[in-house]
Design a protein around this ligand. Structure first.
Ligand SMILES: [Mg+2]
Length: 235
């Protein structure tokens, strides 16, 4: 028997927030300013950044810095600063239809928590830039939870903070392999990949997604079709 969903854990960049290469640009500025990736060719560093998209930025920089935690911390601070600059220069844009989709999922009875690999300062700048403070129930960064993705901590922290009754009542959606893995490791009842961000269908399927959607706007219909919503109103 299926457990009706109570909580939806949604990733930010590439899932609900348009990325358009902003994360990669911020990584490049941070690398230029701190030399954190100087021990490897830039193409190799960029490939690591792409493959690990969705993970905690401090973890990614620790790898690039060859395990030098102090260098990784400097680079993470530079990344957060560069990301804020780029957001100030270019503005922040939702994945088209994301706010309406989130509202529709809330109308269907779900609590919605946003999760990210960004630090709280960057996360909050994005949420304020989008005017989503009143739309979402909660937003969590790795520092709020313990470990970043692909560990299950962000999903489980969202469950605890929202007093959701069971891991089976949690759905997770995100654009990266790490999002899908974090949902699977948390025991979530439904895990969706979306193609609006970093990783492709083959990668998201291989990570164990229950469904791979073009973007977040299709999520409510898929959950309704599978009988996972308690409130099934016309969309
Ligand atoms: Mg993402």
């Amino acid at each position: 028997m299926t457990t009706p969903l109570e909580l939806l854990v949604l990733d930010m960049a590439g899932t609900t927030v348009l990325d358009d290469g902003v994360v990669e640009q911020a990584f490049q500025r941070a690398a230029e300013r701190t030399g954190v990736a100087d021990r490897m060719p830039w193409a190799e560093a960029l490939d690591h950044v792409r493959v690990t998209m969705g993970q905690s930025k401090i973890d990614v920089f620790t790898h690039l810095a060859g395990g030098d935690v102090a260098a990784a911390e400097r680079a993470t601070a530079a990344f957060e600063g560069a990301y804020a600059e780029i957001v100030a220069e270019q503005g922040v844009t939702e994945i088209p239809g994301a706010a309406d989709a989130i509202q529709g999922l809330k109308d269907a009875g779900l609590t919605v928590v946003l999760t990210t690999g960004f630090a709280p300062v960057t996360r909050d700048a994005l949420i304020d830039g989008l005017g989503w403070r009143g739309l979402i129930d909660l937003a969590l960064s790795p520092v709020d939870a313990g470990r970043g993705r692909p560990a299950p901590d962000l999903v489980l922290a969202a469950l605890v903070r929202t007093q959701t009754s069971s891991v089976r009542a949690v759905a997770v959606a995100g654009d990266t392999v790490s999002d899908v893995e974090s949902g699977r490791r948390a025991g979530a009842g439904f895990v969706a990949g979306v193609l609006s961000g970093a990783h492709d269908r083959a990668a998201l399927d291989a990570a164990g997604a229950d469904a791979v959607l073009d973007d977040v706007t299709g999520l409510r219909d898929v959950l309704a079709e599978r009988g996972l919503l308690r409130v099934v109103a016309a969309s």
